[in-house]
Design a protein. Structure first.
Length: 115
């Protein structure tokens, strides 16, 4: 069982930045992949970014380079740096990791972008 604890959410004005963190109970270096997803009010969950063990990564096309996923193996932490935030980025952001063949999700952190 991998435990995930997300932090870093909050309220920010449009154009601002936030960095989300996801600290894992398992070594980040041992994970097959780490990812961030989000669910906006009344919308389906969408994958924001994924970083795989081989270093490859993918992002939601609509983000246009505003978000960056990274990991710190020494701190067992995954980050999502978000800049140029827009009101449509308002959502609950979830960290997801895959260890072996099992996926684990965090409880989410709220991000609200005011116009």
């Amino acid at each position: 069982q991998v435990q995930l604890v997300e932090s870093g959410g909050g309220v920010v004005q449009a154009g601002g930045s936030l960095r989300l963190s996801c600290t894992t109970s398992e070594s980040v270096a041992s994970l097959r992949s780490v990812a961030w997803s989000r669910q906006a009010p009344l919308k389906e969950t969408e994958l924001v970014a994924v970083l795989r063990a081989d270093g490859t990564m993918n992002y939601l096309d609509s983000l246009k380079g505003r978000f960056t996923i990274s990991r710190d193996n020494a701190k067992n932490t995954v980050y999502l740096q978000m800049s140029g935030l827009k009101p449509e980025d308002t959502a609950v952001y979830y960290c997801k990791v895959v260890h072996g063949t099992t996926a684990y999700w965090g409880r989410g952190t709220h991000v609200t972008v005011s116009s």
